[in-house]
Design a protein around this ligand. Structure first.
Ligand SMILES: [Zn+2]
Length: 169
């Protein structure tokens, strides 16, 4: 679907629907008859070009169980839940700020003029902080596992052998 906007900018829409990921059963009682209770559209900004604004329109479906009445939505893996931007926009921003060392203001300005994406510095700041926190956590877990592995190799070897022998008897 295409639509002409002012200043010779075209809007291009892509659609993603939760109908593509229809759940097989109720998340509570596992009953398999579900109805489509309602739906809504959420527009996400995608990376465009100087003359094309791209929108990814997500149809969010609210399912209802015919047995217990539980209503729920299913997380669509194609889309980030926490923002109204596509994964592509998010990756672009993180790559430029964290890997290429570009300033957030520069990225905001480039997104607006070159890609027809409207974003503010505070949103980018939030993404960068979340990514930094996740990486710190991953490093912490990796460091922790390393210690467990070492102690296991040093002290538990004999114990493992005993357990194995008992199992095969
Ligand atoms: Zn149910």
């Amino acid at each position: 679907m295409k639509q002409v906007q002012d200043h010779d900018v075209e809007i291009e829409y892509k659609f993603v629907s939760d109908m593509e990921i229809r759940p097989g059963a109720c998340i509570d009682c596992m009953f398999t008859v579900l109805i489509r209770r309602s739906y809504k559209f959420i527009d996400l900004q995608d990376l465009g070009s100087p003359s094309i604004k791209r929108i990814l329109r997500h149809e969010v479906v609210l399912w209802e169980c015919k047995n217990c009445g539980r209503q729920f939505t299913i997380k669509n893996q194609k889309l980030p839940l926490d923002t109204n931007y596509t994964k592509d926009v998010k990756n672009y921003v993180l790559k430029r700020v964290l890997e290429m060392g570009d300033s957030m203001k520069r990225v905001v300005s480039d997104l607006a003029t070159l890609h027809n994406v409207t974003i503010d510095v505070s949103t980018i700041h939030k993404w960068v902080n979340i990514k930094a926190a996740r990486e710190a956590e991953a490093e912490y877990i990796a460091g922790d596992q390393l210690i467990i592995e070492h102690s296991g190799a040093l002290s538990l070897d004999a114990t493992f052998k005993v357990v194995r022998r008992k199992k095969s008897e």
